[in-house]
Write a protein of this length. Structure first.
Length: 259
């Protein structure tokens, strides 16, 4: 069963956003169950989730919890190994709860990609583009373009090293070189990687569920489309090192080898 399918049945749905921030949308206010789920996630992928920043989203509940229950959840999540850093804005009740807890509100999950005036932050300029030889392109179905995008895709020719991040806002991203462990490549459209992927790849960052990830040599720490993710520990070993494509189907993340 895929990680996305399991999350659908769990008390809290975890979606992966930018720069290691995760959004934990609470679906069932069962503190012990939520804490146990997060503890298991940390145990399965400690390098990814240990000490990870988490935004708590109570938008999946009919009623915002009281401060005592919310504080018990926060303390439990800290004990499980993650760090709740904010509440996701939803209602005036959420705002009052954030004040009682002493936590900030995040009105937008993608806030760090925006300036204070709300306009998109400029993407890091890539190295000069290089043409990708036709023989290097894995055969795969064409990915849907980013809705409303008039921009050409962004091309990254230099290696993406540990700790670095490359982001293509409102367009596709093509990486012609390796993505190292601890590095992130993110696009609002699809992500194409012609070197080894050892870090993280996130496509459809603004919620485009038609986006895909194509990779020539797959060793990813994490892949995600529109927030639905899988980590290396959840990926079949027979796909590692292969050319693969990743897509979203019926809210489940699919990974398959390319012919």
């Amino acid at each position: 069963m895929s990680a996305a399918a399991m999350d659908y049945e769990q008390a809290g749905e975890l979606k992966i956003g930018q720069v290691g921030i995760a959004n934990l949308r609470i679906r069932s206010l069962d503190v012990a169950r939520l804490v146990d789920e997060m503890r298991q996630r940390v145990q399965r992928a400690p390098k990814l989730f240990a000490r990870a920043a988490v935004v708590i989203d109570f938008g999946g509940l009919s009623q915002v919890p009281d401060a005592t229950t919310a504080r018990a959840l926060i303390d439990g999540l800290v004990e499980a190994g993650v760090l709740p850093v904010a509440l996701a804005y939803g209602t005036p009740e959420t705002e009052r709860l954030s004040e009682a807890l002493g936590l900030p509100l995040l009105a937008k999950f993608r806030a760090q990609y925006e300036r204070a005036d709300g306009t998109p932050a400029p993407a890091v300029e890539p190295a000069p583009a290089q043409a990708s030889p036709a023989s290097a392109r894995p055969a795969a179905p064409a990915a849907a373009a980013v809705p409303g995008s008039g921009q050409p895709g962004k091309i990254q020719s230099a290696p993406v090293r540990s700790g670095q991040q490359v982001y293509a806002d409102n367009r596709d991203l093509t990486v012609l070189s390796p993505v190292g462990a601890g590095a992130e490549v993110i696009a609002d459209g699809s992500v194409h990687i012609y070197g080894p992927l050892r870090g993280r790849a996130l496509a459809g960052a603004q919620g485009n569920e038609q986006a895909r990830i194509f990779c020539r040599e797959f060793h990813a720490e994490l892949v995600a489309i529109a927030g639905h993710y899988r980590v290396l520990e959840d990926i079949p070993s027979d796909l590692r090192g292969k050319a693969v494509q990743v897509w979203l189907e019926d809210q489940q993340l699919k990974i398959a080898a390319l012919d």
